[in-house]
Design a protein around this ligand. Structure first.
Ligand SMILES: Cc1cc2nc3c(=O)[nH]c(=O)nc-3n(C[C@H](O)[C@H](O)[C@H](O)COP(=O)(O)OP(=O)(O)OC[C@H]3O[C@@H](n4cnc5c(N)ncnc54)[C@H](O)[C@@H]3O)c2cc1C
Length: 454
């Protein structure tokens, strides 16, 4: 019997066999939804069916870091569609036009909208795909189709979905699954999050739950963009608080976004990385890690320095940048939070809140793959082998496609967890799904029909 999974605005027939199920509906799989739709519009006889499963209740892109005045770190032209299809109706320019702000945005003379505005753009695109997304639903695992079902019907994957508030696990079927579950927050070893010790990924929610009047001192740990933005936000928003920025470097280092270096984010750089030698791949990281990792934008660095210098002029210090410093321990007791900071010596700071902007782990698909992982081939270093088309390389027993959007730094390079290349990448995945389906259909037609009665 076909069960029906009721979503907020989508009803999914669990007996249906989708061509593509996307796990997660962040910008990467949103971009895939656009690519699939544009393919279907231009190829009505070769339609691809898609469904996306997203654990958040509605579309949201790093909502907890939508700080006022924080800007994008990619130009608006690297939206979910333009680099693949400059005429797309899902481009950032189309959004501006639909919102009546195209002329106003042009007058602003910037390539870099605020994150708040880009979020509104992503929500605007996502709102056009609500009939394909199961929100408030988490994929908890993938399984191969049962052997008995494989006779006659093509192989498929069972995608196990848990809907918020329901004890039941529903299964949805797909020929291909595209995993795009995003980065995973990273805390230093041994340090636990709680109501006073936060990771930057939960920042605004935690901050709104706290009475700013209760914050007399705060520590922000890390030297990247998020750390610098949170330090500035705390300094400006809680004007009576002492703000300690604990940075491992000698000060915030600049993100290199100069034009030659920026080419590492071009679609063509993916080929140079993927087909490069071990030495050339390593060169990408050695020379260009500072385009993205543990670095901050010029604007926020100068903003913070200006505040620090103004304090020198006025006298009285509230912004304390502790350089060459690392947090070795956080001791919690009631409302008290003691942060042990190691630099040339060890000092203890007592704060009301300690925010760890200590980055993220790359996406890891292994836990979702479960049993299926044994079919997926690994390289000498134990990492998944991934085709140029982002499809996991697997043994022939896995007759379906599992694609990764994220977690492919070792094969596809620096853009793997970023927005820069999502439009082109989604187009490449769409192409791959189509070409595999064509080959399978041709093979099925070429095979002699099963004799009757068997
Ligand atoms: C604060 C911040 C700012 C950034 N700014 C930029 C920028 O300006 N430019 C840039 O290029 N990159 C930026 N990045 C990098 C970031 O990785 C990308 O912006 C982007 O989020 C990648 O999109 P994604 O869809 O792959 O992942 P995500 O945006 O993380 O989306 C993954 C989605 O999957 C859902 N999910 C996870 N597990 C499951 C599951 N089991 N079942 C169902 N749903 C699930 C999550 O709820 C989430 O919505 C930024 C990152 C941060 C943290």
């Amino acid at each position: 019997m076909a069960a029906l999974v009721e979503g907020s605005s989508v009803a999914v027939r669990t007996s249906a066999l989708y061509d593509v199920i996307g796990v997660g509906f962040g910008p990467s799989n949103l971009s895939l939804a656009v690519a699939l739709e544009e393919h279907n519009t231009h190829n009505p006889n070769e339609r691809i069916t898609g469904l996306f499963v997203e654990r958040q209740e509605s579309f949201g892109w790093h909502r907890n870091m939508l700080l006022p005045s924080a800007t994008m770190q990619i130009p608006f032209l690297k939206d979910v569609a333009t680099l693949r299809n400059p005429a797309s109706r899902y481009s950032f320019v189309s959004y501006l036009h639909a919102s009546g702000r195209l002329a106003g945005f042009i007058n602003n003379q910037t390539f870099f909208p605020t994150r708040q505005e880009f979020h509104k753009y992503l929500e605007w695109v996502a709102a056009q795909f609500t009939d394909q997304v199961l929100y408030g639903s988490e994929v908890i695992g993938l399984r191969q189709s049962p052997a008995s079902d494989t006779a006659g019907t093509p192989a498929y994957l069972e995608v196990d979905v848990c809907r918020r508030g329901s004890p039941l696990v529903e299964s949805v079927r797909a020929r291909n699954v595209v995993i795009s579950t995003g980065l995973v927050p990273r805390m230093p070893e041994g340090i636990q999050q709680d109501d006073r010790v936060w990771h930057s990924s939960e920042f605004l929610t935690r901050f709104r739950e706290t009475n700013p009047a209760d914050i007399t001192s705060v520590a922000v740990v890390g030297a990247g963009q998020s750390a610098a933005e949170i330090t500035r936000f705390m300094y400006d928003t809680v004007p009576h608080a002492q703000v300690y920025a604990i940075v491992p470097s000698y000060g915030y280092a600049l993100a290199d976004d100069t034009p030659f270096a920026n080419q590492v984010f071009d679609p063509g750089a993916v080929d140079d990385y993927y087909f490069g030698t071990e030495r050339t791949r390593q060169a990408f990281w050695d020379y260009h890690r500072n385009t993205n990792y543990s670095v901050a934008d010029d604007e926020v660095i100068r903003d913070l320095y200006r505040r620090s210098y103004d304090e020198d002029v006025r006298g009285g210090r509230r912004l304390h940048v502790l350089n060459l410093s690392r947090v070795t321990e956080v001791k919690r007791g009631g409302d008290e939070t003691r942060v042990l900071v190691s630099s040339s010596d060890v000092q203890e700071i007592v704060v009301d809140v300690c925010v760890f902007a200590t980055g993220y782990h790359n996406m890891e698909a292994t836990h979702l793959l479960g049993e299926l992982d044994r079919h997926c081939l690994r390289d000498a270093a134990g990492r998944h082998r991934v085709g140029r088309d982002y499809r996991l390389v697997a043994d022939p027993e896995l007759g379906c496609g599992i694609y990764l959007q994220g977690g492919t730094e070792h094969t596809h390079g620096l853009t793997s967890s970023l927005l820069s290349n999502i439009a082109v990448r989604s187009g490449e995945i769409t192409e791959s799904v189509i070409s595999h389906r064509r080959v399978e259909r041709e093979l099925a037609q070429a095979l002699p029909a099963e004799p009757a009665g068997r």
